[in-house]
Design a protein around this ligand. Sequence first.
Ligand SMILES: [Zn+2]
Length: 388
Amino acid sequence: MIISSPYINVYRNMYFIRIYLRIFLFLTKRTARYIIENMNLKKINRKIQCLILLFVCVVLILPGCANRGQTVKNLIIMIGDGMGPVHEEAGRAEKCEPLAWDGFEYCFEATTDSLSGLTDSAAAATAIATGTKTYNGVICKGQDGKDLKTVTELAKSKKKAAGVITSDVLSGATPACFSAHSDGRGLENDIIESQLKSRIDLLMGQSTAAYDGYYGDFKKKGFTYCGSLAEAEKASGKIAGLFAGVPVKNNGLPGHETLRDMTVFALNRLSKNKRGFALMIEGAKIDHASHSNLYGQMIAELLAFDECVEIARDWAQAHGNTMVIVTADHETGGLKFSDGSYFFTSAGHTDSNASVYIQGWPREEPPFAEKIIDNTDIFKISRSVLGV
Ligand SMILES: [Zn+2]
């Protein structure tokens, strides 16, 4: 269960109100003493003026200090698609050392079910991006068909930069949930048109034939349409990086870019905004390999995602004022360990809980009081640290 942020705010406000009252009483006493001790009115007026000025300064400065302690400048949400706790165990075993998120300050488990029951990536990413459960296949729309406010939209409302990068196609369910609204994950043109209308500063992932038809529209909406990171480096303003491929490791082919290199680019570019940024990074193909029960490929994708987390974690530590969340939307493949080896037991999604790791939580109280949370709670803490 989340410790609701309004209560924390009320508690903190009460604390500061008490401080204000003490200061006010102190100043009143001092003023009264001056009036009694010293009947020179001109001098008293000057003293009173100084005290009032001091009081106004305290009133203006203290709330700013309080807010700085509760919010963060930058928010990085990293989703390993299909990565269950046993996938993580396998990753640790194959890497022969801890994963990049193992040293994070907090670790929770999130339930992942959607309004349809066993979730898909669209409903799970909608829960993480908007804090609301929806039906499988739906991209950030509620039961009433209306658009749900996403964490990226909230970041934009605070004049922060916003970015979405993925190793999947850019219209895939998870990147779509952080950049679009649509009745169906299969409605690709609808998703792209919604991405065009979004105020996102950076979109990057694998291209599809459908994106080719929107080249002019992206330009009209102020995006530079880039086929490689080298092109993106030269571009200024909003960027739509539509790549020919997103391989697990650099393969040298033109237009092929890794999630690792996109992560480095996105952190450099988005951090140019003085108000900070919100960035979603998806390691999509852990899910794809798990659907196909390809263990070696799954491990390669998981360790590639691990490398991206390491980069984001180190960036956050170096720059401070940044919260990093590492989680999964659901488990894929029913991965199990027995007799010294890992093996898949399903070709689909399972109801296993997803791990939630948090680094850079800006408050003394833990983000949640209990170990098991709901995936919608991830949105609640994101919104709360953005100060929205
Ligand atoms: Zn899947």
